[in-house]
Design a protein around this ligand. Structure first.
Ligand code: FMN
Length: 357
């Protein structure tokens, strides 16, 4: 078994285990609607076993970055159709990532209204807005009723995703965004049924999974977690215990897959508190996708050793549209240009060459 072994995810048989990790690229310049340029970018990368799209907002409240696409208006659904059609025409499979940023936002995106979160805990640092960098604000804690509305917005996003031609969705519960803010106890100080114990803190995520699965089927639903993540100011008193619990509970949902951002060096590592992939592999019995700083060798090893079933590649796929072919032929790689990760045109987006060029 290696990166090139086919794999079954839900009812789809994928041609390889080289997945494209979700990556925000900020090219939805008009009304958060996907455009032809984005269709070209994803089409170029259709040889992935599975493409997971960049995060797409489930509502205007879920926005935290300029020029990111949504999945809550008819216009956005129409825009995404171009993307899914282009990928399908090349024989690819593509899931949409459902996103709500929670407190990682600013009132500048919301007509002066504060961003929402589990609790009024302010992120450190600054946020990038249309008017430049601004200090984060103290978010407003959601009411139980509002949480139920957001659960419905996730289900609506999933329904829209299928309307737009996606093969499934990935629920973004990682990297310090809304669902992750509920899971980690550093950002969730609630005393109602959504706070306190990990049973309570994970209630929102499980409600979202149930609602999305009821809408489109659990076999088309994936979940992304970052148990060791400290990105966006995440802290947790006992991530090993808490995330093992979450992974065990996820078994009951029969998901398409669970996607784990494995511990990375630097700012998204919990130090001594790191949650080892092997612990999560033991806890979770379904298809496990791993991600985070993998190269071909490490990725093949993790599959051969049965520590994961597939590997998602972020930056390598961003800079190498034909990544599977490069892996196959042991070729070199284009270098990624960080200064164009979030710019608005084709430069550093659709102009990374394939090997043939
Ligand atoms: C430009 C960029 C944008 C990203 N946007 C998202 C995103 O929208 N959703 C998400 O879950 N992760 C996002 N990530 C994280 C990646 O999916 C991935 O976890 C990270 O790049 C580590 O994998 P890698 O070492 O293979 O690049 C982003 C990463 C990059 C570099």
């Amino acid at each position: 078994m290696n990166l090139f072994s086919p794999i079954k995810i839900g009812n789809y048989t994928l041609r390889n285990r080289i997945f494209m990790a979700p990556m925000t690229r900020s090219r939805s310049v008009q009304n958060n609607v996907p455009n032809a340029l984005m269709a070209k970018y994803y089409e170029q990368r259709a040889s992935a076993g599975l493409i997971i799209s960049e995060g797409a907002q489930i509502s205007t409240e879920g926005i935290g970055y300029p020029y990111t696409p949504g999945i809550h208006t008819d216009q956005q659904v129409e825009g995404w159709k171009r993307v899914t059609q282009a990928v399908h025409d090349k024989g690819g499979t593509i899931f949409l990532q459902l996103w709500h940023v929670g407190r990682i936002s600013h009132s500048a995106f919301h007509n002066g209204k504060l961003p929402v979160a589990p609790s009024a805990v302010k992120p450190k640092g600054k946020v990038y807005t249309f008017e430049g960098m601004k200090e984060f604000e103290t978010p407003r804690a959601l009411t139980g009723e509002e949480i139920n509305k957001i659960v419905k917005a996730y289900a609506n996003g999933a329904r829209n995703a299928l309307k737009a031609g996606f093969d499934g969705v990935e629920i973004h519960s990682a990297n310090g965004y809304l669902l992750d803010q509920f899971l980690h106890d550093g950002t969730n100080t609630r005393v109602d049924e959504y706070g306190g114990s990990i049973e309570n803190r994970s209630r929102f995520l499980f409600d979202v999974i149930k609602a999305v699965s009821a809408q489109i089927g659990a076999d088309k639903t994936g979940v992304r977690l970052s148990p060791s993540g400290t990105f966006n100011g995440m802290t947790d008193s006992n991530p090993q215990k808490h995330f093992t619990y979450v992974c065990e509970k996820l078994n009951a949902f029969n998901l398409a897959y669970l996607h784990i951002i494995d511990a990375l060096e630097g700012d998204i590592r919990h130090g001594a508190n790191v949650v080892e992939l092997s612990m999560l592999r033991d806890a979770y019995k379904g298809i496990l996708v791993t991600n985070g700083g993998y190269d071909k060798k490490r990725a093949n090893a993790v599959i051969e050793n049965n520590q994961a079933d597939a590997v998602a590649f972020g930056v390598l796929f961003l800079a190498n549209p034909d990544l599977p072919e490069r892996f196959k032929t042991n070729s070199g790689f284009n270098e990624a240009h960080r200064d164009t990760f979030y710019t608005q045109d084709e430069k550093g987006y659709t102009d990374y060459p394939t090997m043939q060029k």
